[in-house]
Design a protein around this ligand. Structure first.
Ligand SMILES: Nc1ncnc2c1ncn2[C@@H]1O[C@H](COP(=O)(O)OP(=O)(O)OP(=O)(O)O)[C@@H](O)[C@H]1O
Ligand SMILES: O=P(O)(O)OC[C@H]1O[C@H](OP(=O)(O)OP(=O)(O)O)[C@H](O)[C@@H]1O
Length: 214
């Protein structure tokens, strides 16, 4: 039997992902060691391999077949636009992609003004403003601390993830529009889905069962 390889996003989703796999009897003790610099972990018994990658790289590994399966946020799937199958909503890592800004920016949005939009997600922002809202905007790509942009006058609004809302609150910003709800998803390589159909379907079924129990 060949190894099935999983690409897991580092960061926020990692521990929940491991917890979920544990519930269906897939464990990888080595991976829980926070101090390790090791990148790839093997479960010999089940013929599984796991590696941790930067979130936005997960769909890339899966599209090219370097990983059969990936666990990643819906935001990353939308932004990367890779040829992969999204097979399961895992129900954790829930948050929302939103247009945010000071309350004063609400008018600018309403009147379709030519505003500047700062974001770590230029594709999602462009798709929302151009295809959903039919509003021409200038998109400015940033890499983090997006909430700074309207405060220092780089942009009128931002498109960013809102979870608890505390980052917005502490910076005097509001949700002005919701783009879409987000959560962690399981993605599968298109060839693997056919070649390893039996193992992958079983895995999806087992995950579905624990998700409905939760
Ligand atoms: N409050 C949140 N902020 C950001 N992402 C969140 C939040 N809550 C859940 N998520 C989900 O968790 C995924 C991973 O988030 P994480 O912060 O680890 O990655 P990132 O923001 O891309 O990484 P980095 O902070 O290293 O740039 C996101 O893609 C998103 O789907
Ligand atoms: O609604 P909240 O619970 O406050 O969470 C949302 C915040 O968390 C994320 O930032 P992150 O911590 O990843 O930092 P970054 O802005 O540097 O990417 C996101 O970009 C928001 O800023």
């Amino acid at each position: 039997m060949r190894y099935l390889t999983f690409a897991l996003g580092k960061g926020r989703l990692a521990s929940k992902t491991l917890e979920m796999f544990e519930k269906i009897g897939i464990t990888c003790e080595e991976m829980k060691d926070k101090d390790t610099r090791k990148l790839i972990f093997v479960n010999e018994e089940l013929k599984l391999r796991f590696f941790l990658a930067k979130g936005p790289d997960v769909p890339t590994y899966v599209e090219y077949g370097a990983a059969d399966i990936g666990i990643v946020g819906k935001d990353t799937i939308l932004e990367e636009g890779r040829n992969i199958y999204e097979v399961l909503d895992l129900g954790f890592g829930k948050c929302r992609m939103c247009v945010c800004g000071p309350q004063s920016a609400e008018e600018l949005l309403k009147h379709h003004e030519l505003i500047r939009v700062a974001t770590k997600y230029p594709k999602i922002a462009k798709d929302y403003f151009y295809n959903t809202k039919h509003q021409t905007v200038e998109i400015i790509k940033l890499n983090g601390s997006i909430e700074l942009a309207p405060i220092v006058g780089l942009s009128e609004v931002i498109v960013d993830i809102v979870e608890t809302g505390s980052t917005l609150r502490e910076n005097g910003l509001n949700v002005l529009e919701e783009v879409c709800p987000l959560s962690a998803r399981m993605v599968v390589n298109q060839v693997s889905m056919k070649m390893e159909q039996e193992r992958i379907s079983k895995l999806i079924d087992n995950l579905r069962t624990v998700l409905t129990e939760a």
